[in-house]
Design a protein around this ligand. Sequence first.
Ligand code: G3P
Length: 222
Amino acid sequence: MTMCIVNMKAYDGCYGAKGLELGLALEKVAGEFSSETVLAVGAPDIRLFSENLSIPIYAQHVSPFKPGGRTGAVLAEAAALSGAAGTLINHSERRLTLADIEASLSAAKRVGLATVICSNNVNTSGAAAVLGPDRIAMEPPELIGGDISVTSASPEIIGSTVTHVSTLAPEVGILCGAGVKNGADAAMAIELGTEGVLVASGIVLASDPGAALADILQGMEQ
Ligand code: G3P
């Protein structure tokens, strides 16, 4: 099944009551397609979104800790209790060390969260995949939030990631992201051998986020 993870990031209008309103609009559109659509939200919003939406809600991050004397942690245990179905781990906007990626992955697996490790290039995608997440999501950092999709700017990097990850860890799913905006970008992501896309600004900052999601899902499913 193809997959679209919408990362709500920390954009204005993407958290709290307004964020939920946006989430409800996206969920309505997602219901018209067969792809799995997921929303990745900040820790304070996991419960709000999980309790009011039926599509899977992922945490944007979980800490590499077990419960204990920590301050400011996003415990995998707490994320799961709040209703998260999965989590992103590592991100160019939330970089972790290799040791912390492994520890966050263990924490997420301990409580049964689906796991997506974000990576920034071919080699880190391979290293991340060997750790055994459900999926990796490759996003060249210089294209994140920009107007040019990774699928047009660097299709060869996606192809090489697919080859590298499939060789090292064939059971790990592959997503790509950065600058993905429309159905043509999403169709290219599938053509290059991924399961789908991780996307933020192309949907949540669009003048009509629902229409943007519909276009992307249509592109993936054609
Ligand atoms: O996590 C998704 C992300 O980093 C891509 O962001 O705005 O380029 O779709 P964007």
